[in-house]
Design a protein around this ligand. Structure first.
Ligand SMILES: [Fe+2]
Ligand SMILES: [Fe+2]
Length: 187
């Protein structure tokens, strides 16, 4: 599916506020892609698809996860995580995207995981720092993202875990593994 067609799918499937976020993520991620020599087209496709399932009903997300061999552990964690694996299924089945790296970038954009590729990290970070985001520390994250992808990933996953802990929300194991990996890497 062409980029222009994907953009139309985003506008069709998401409320305008969410679609605008997706387009800002795509701009942010492609700008970072040139800095870190990651394939621009793959980055743009992954960014456009990352929240494609975000507006779906909870029951629909649940059945997509159940019917497509997705890790059932997601269903015991907050439903806010479900749109990521569901988005991967839509990208694959409805948009015909077969590139594993793109599919993984969609799959792990909410949780992170151990052993993320540069493309996966770019989408995770861009989702957090796109210009519409406003939270204490976002300027620091934007700055770090210009300097080092690993440092930015470490700062981003730390931010996300701190946020979840402050909410006393449960933390998906992949996020903890991602955090541990990045902290251990830089000891
Ligand atoms: Fe998302
Ligand atoms: Fe997003």
């Amino acid at each position: 599916m062409l980029i222009e067609e994907l953009k139309r799918e985003v506008e069709k499937r998401l409320p305008s506020i969410r679609a605008a976020h997706v387009f800002r993520v795509a701009e942010t991620a492609t700008a970072l892609a040139s800095l870190y020599s990651v394939d621009q087209e793959k980055v743009e496709i992954a960014a456009l698809c990352h929240d494609i399932a975000k507006a779906m009903e909870r029951d629909k997300l649940r059945s997509i996860i159940e019917d497509n061999g997705i890790d059932r552990r997601y269903l015991s964690y907050p439903h806010e995580l479900w749109h990521a694996p569901a988005g991967t299924v839509i990208a694959k089945k409805e948009f015909g995207i077969a590139d594993e790296d793109i599919l993984n970038a969609i799959m792990y954009h909410t949780t992170g995981r151990r052993g993320m590729s540069d493309l996966e990290k770019l989408i995770y970070i861009a989702d957090l720092i796109e210009p519409g985001r406003d939270f204490p520390g976002v300027e620091d994250l934007r700055l770090i993202a210009q300097l080092s992808l690993d440092d930015a990933m470490k700062a981003s996953i730390s931010h996300s875990l701190q946020y979840l802990i402050a909410q006393q929300a449960t933390i998906y194991p992949d996020s903890l593994e991602c955090y541990n990996e990045h902290v251990q890497k830089q000891e």
